[in-house]
Ligand binder design. Structure first.
Ligand code: NAD
Length: 550
């Protein structure tokens, strides 16, 4: 790395060691220690970042639980961000489960108990009218990416109030670790509107506002103040909504998506990663999206969101009218197949209710529709029974089987079941991870439809181009870009997503393809570079220390 001239206001002494963005700890060089008043404040040995990483690994090995490892890694983050990201980026597949799911779920549940130095920004509903002022308390002026939650639907764990802060923090860590989005431009935010979680309200260590959740007009007004305050204080910032309850997530996205730069990963990222999996499948099975019949087990936000993006992709790529495209997607819920004569459907489900005889069981629906793909988003374990999967295999040479419900205990079937009941012919991916399966001497590697293939890449593309809006077309492009990167060798083993170990390279490539579309559509607020690859590379955060020219 070239040497950098220190700015005149670079902190000195303890102030420098206490700044997590500038701190190098034992890696400060002798001349830097002299110049910045650090002599004596650090032990004699000067260490490389890799030696520091070895110490971090040693600490982690000593810990007996993943929650303890989470707490330790958080301490590293608040002391030395470069070392923290050097650790994560040394092996993202290993560290992701420690800083994000599944460990972050337990961390959010116990947040008030494991809290050390508060991180991120808490915007309390009792501070209405002051949100702009509070945003300005954040020390970094050029915030370009906010992940925000109100803690109401944290993973599958429900209302965790201010404990939800673990989610924006963890998610932003992945934006950096998996796609190089610079951490100094990111900000985790929790909108604390109270909690209805009685256990938290009774817990003396609960750190949020102790009152029931504010709802209705007051809730939406508060979120509105936040959204517009961000536009003023951080004008180039994208807002990513995360883990809001459906009743809020859907109207908030509908209200703001055409007004500001924002998206919702639970809705759009989920749909995009599923579409990426389907594009990956088509590389094995051949054919077009519109040649397929998709049957969703589950017609909630995940099912309708994925079906909607599939329909949009068919319209965009194959020129079919939207109505026609939607007819490729059939939804089946707790009350049976969604048909036009059903009277219990919500508005967002109606576009996928088609003229058809009723089907009361999933097996009946499979036998009647002969879908080429079944996608499980029902939260009902074992819904893909042996009969269902064998019926899929009877009608298709390479049936597509996607049990996407999380966690593993809710998966509609296991990888072993899908491969066994189709004699190894299934094209399989799941929401929760399954290990490789060996059947009749052949090895299959199941892919995981993890949103991490999408959101860091989207984040990098939006950050680099200062995109003004985030239309669904960008999520379709991202899905294609992920699927393009699956190698013939991956496909040979049945893997329809790129290997998780390559997530950084995959995300950067996908971000470049998304950025291309942002420029094409005139959504960028920076000038189009001559060399887009080099431009994206120049924006990446690298977890390396600056060497000061002193
Ligand atoms: P939701 O509660 O909104 O919807 C669940 C749907 O399942 C409802 O339509 C319900 O009627 C239906 N259902 C319930 N019992 C059924 C049955 N016996 N047969 C058929 N349908 C039944 O939930 P959601 O937010 O849509 O999430 C669904 C699942 O998808 C969750 O397990 C979630 O973890 C998973 N998911 C996975 C990913 C991912 O892996 N990337 C992303 C998002 C959601």
């Amino acid at each position: 790395m070239p040497k950098v001239t220190p700015p005149s206001d670079l902190p000195r002494g303890f102030d420098l060691l206490n700044d997590p963005l500038l701190n190098k700890g034992t890696a400060f060089l002798p001349n830097e220690r002299e110049a910045f008043g650090l002599v004596g404040l650090l032990p004699e040995q000067v260490e490389s970042i890799d030696l520091q990483l070895a110490r971090v690994e040693g600490h982690l090995d000593q810990k007996t639980t993943d929650l303890a490892r989470y707490v330790f890694l958080n301490a590293v983050f608040s002391e030395n961000e470069t070392l923290f990201f050097h650790t994560l980026m040394s092996d993202p597949a290993r560290y992701m489960p420690l800083v994000y799911t599944p460990t972050v779920g337990e961390a959010c549940q116990k947040y008030g108990h494991i809290l050390r130095r508060p991180e991120g920004l808490y915007l309390g509903v009792n501070q209405r009218g002051r949100i702009k002022e509070i945003l300005r308390h954040w020390p970094q002026p050029d915030i370009r990416f906010i992940v925000v939650t109100d803690g109401e639907r944290i993973l599958g764990l429900g209302d965790l109030g201010a404990g939800g802060m673990g989610i924006p923090i963890g998610k932003l860590n992945l934006y950096t670790a998996c796609a190089g989005v610079p951490p100094r431009h990111t900000l985790p935010v929790t909108l604390d509107v109270g909690t209805n979680n009685e256990e938290l309200l009774r817990d003396p260590l609960y750190h949020g506002i102790r009152q029931p959740r504010v709802t209705g007009e007051a809730y939406f007004e508060f979120v509105d103040e936040f959204v517009w305050a961000v536009q003023e204080v951080f004008p180039d910032c994208c807002i990513q909504f995360e883990d809001f309850a459906n009743v809020h997530a859907v109207p908030l996205l509908a209200k703001y998506r055409d007004q500001v730069c924002c998206y919702n990963d639970d809705i759009q990222g989920t749909a995009s990663v599923a579409l990426a999996g389907l594009f990956g499948c088509l590389r094995i099975t051949g054919g077009k999206l519109s040649d397929q019949v998709f049957l969703f087990a589950g017609a909630g936000s995940a099912g309708t969101g994925i079906a909607d993006l599939i329909a949009q992709a068919i319209v965009a790529h194959e020129g079919l009218p939207l109505e026609e495209a939607r007819r490729r997607c059939w939804l089946f819920d707790v009350n049976g197949l969604l048909t036009t004569d059903r009277t219990d459907l919500a508005d967002f489900q109606r576009p996928f209710a088609h003229d058809h005889a009723p089907a009361a069981t999933l097996l009946q629906a499979v036998q009647a529709l002969r879908p080429s793909a079944i996608i499980g988003v029902s939260t009902v374990p074992k819904l893909f029974s042996e009969e269902v999967i064998r019926a899929m295999a009877a009608h298709h040479e390479r049936p597509i089987i996607f049990p996407y419900s999380n966690p593993t205990s809710r998966s509609e079937c296991t990888a072993q079941e899908a491969y066994t009941w189709t004699d190894g012919r299934a094209v399989f991916a799941s929401g929760s991870p399954f290990g490789p399966v060996t059947l009749n001497g052949r090895r299959f590697v199941p892919g995981q439809g993890n949103n991490v293939y999408i959101f860091p890449a989207m984040g990098l593309a939006i950050y680099a181009t200062k995109a003004r809006r985030v239309p669904d077309r960008l999520f379709i492009r991202c899905a294609e870009a992920v699927a393009e990167q699956v190698t013939p060798q991956d496909l040979e083993e049945g893997l329809i997503y790129p290997p998780m170990a390559d997530i950084f390279a995959t995300s950067v490539r996908a971000a470049t393809r998304v950025a291309e579309l942002i420029f094409e559509e005139g959504l960028a607020q920076v000038e189009k570079p001559a060399d887009l690859d080099a431009f994206i590379q120049s924006k990446l955060f690298r977890p390396e220390y600056v060497e000061w020219d002193v």
